[in-house]
Design a binder for this molecule. Structure first.
Ligand code: IPM
Ligand code: MN
Length: 360
């Protein structure tokens, strides 16, 4: 019997409520599929910052490195700590553990309402692979001539050959594996999300690496779309996307749009993955901490439960992951137990329990 040790960081705001449901489902999956599971919770977040002046301990990363995977609820509460300070917790884990793939599946489950008229379960089935360690989020720059009329800020993007290449190879491999899964003869398609018409160094370089990598995957179709146009195409023709590879900032932006295709932020999950498995990977709902809803059990836990599905898949527990996906799909399709974002009146925990009971 294999066993896993999962670190849980509930974080701020509604993070605690959704983390409770994530753990509930994780435990149900462990019971049902017979693997040992131990979870350890860490109280890192804005309250800790107010008490001791740091979001996590100095040795936080080394503590986490002993775990098989990490679940994060959500981080940030601007009423307590400025977001650019609190979010370093998440960004430091992503970069410290070289989780260079931010994997964001975008799928519309049957029965889920979406504000986008073109979105149906048939048209919405794609994965955005967001570069997660460099690009526009390299956090390099500074404030200069502060307080003078000549004040300016400088923020530098970093695009390395290695950093671009590895996330693109991952995307092409993913396209191949998705194509063989559906077995419809397609080799899959990777769309390059770029902006090389205006960003004449970084994105021209990015495109060049994309073309180099594409040469090694002649069986995979490729496509290229400028990020501004992509927001339009995602709405107009969602079915034309399979795997999308995007830089850190562009991937961040288009996946918020993607969340609307899948029915809202309450359903969108992501994995921050080190494909080389040197470090634990981190799975999270992509929504924020919604401080104003804290403690109200109003927020949809499906995004977090989907993050658990991805976590199980990453650990190699494919049957358990599939069972979680099926349980989510059933509860959503029936439409009887749902939170306010989907027009229901159930509490966060009621949805979590409904899904967990389908697994057991
Ligand atoms: C996300 C979030 C984060 C990001 C923020 C909170 C720093 O928006 O995970 O998409 O931009 O990566
Ligand atoms: Mn985001």
């Amino acid at each position: 019997m294999s066993g896993y040790h999962v670190a849980v960081i509930p974080g701020d705001g509604v993070g605690t409520e959704v983390a409770t449901e994530a753990v509930r489902v994780l435990e149900a999956a462990a019971d049902r599929f017979g693997f040992d599971l131990e979870t350890t919770s860490f109280d890192w977040g804005c309250d800790r910052f107010l008490e001791v002046g740091a979001m996590m301990p100095d040795d936080g990363l080394s503590t986490l490195s002993d775990f098989d995977a990490i679940f994060l609820g959500s981080i940030g509460d601007a009423t307590k700590v400025p977001d650019d300070v609190s979010l370093t917790l998440l960004l430091d884990i992503r970069r410290g553990f070289d989780q260079y793939v931010n994997l964001r599946p975008i799928r519309l489950y049957p029965g889920v309402p979406t504000p986008i008229a073109t979105a149906t379960p048939e048209t919405v089935d794609m994965v955005v692979v967001r570069e997660n360690t460099e690009g526009e989020y390299a956090r390099l720059g500074g404030f200069f001539k502060k307080g003078t009329p000549d004040a300016f800020a400088l923020q530098t993007g970093i695009f390395t050959q290695k950093g671009c290449e590895r996330v693109m190879r991952y995307s092409f491999d993913l396209a191949r594996s998705r194509a063989s899964l559906t077995d419809d003869g397609k080799a899959g398609r990777v769309t390059n999300c770029t902006k090389s018409n205006a960003l004449n160094y970084s994105m021209v370089f990015w495109d060049r690496v994309f073309d180099q990598v594409a040469n090694d995957y002649p069986d995979v179709e490729t496509d290229m779309t400028l990020v501004d146009a992509m927001t339009m195409w995602l709405v107009k023709n969602p079915d034309s996307f399979d795997v999308v590879v995007a830089s850190n900032l562009f991937g961040d932006i288009i996946t918020d749009l993607g969340s609307m295709l899948q029915g809202g932020m309450g359903l969108a999950a992501g994995g921050n993955i080190d494909p080389e498995r040197r470090y634990p990977s981190l799975f999270e709902p992509i929504h924020g901490s919604a401080p104003k809803y804290t403690g109200q059990e109003r927020v949809n836990p499906v995004a977090s439960i989907e993050a658990v599905r991805m976590l199980l898949d990453h650990l190699g527990e494919a049957d358990a992951a599939d069972a979680v996906g099926r349980a989510v799909a059933e509860v959503l399709a029936e439409g009887e137990v749902r939170t306010a974002d989907l027009g229901g009146s159930n509490r966060t925990s009621e949805v979590g329990m409904a899904i967990a009971s389908r697994i057991g």
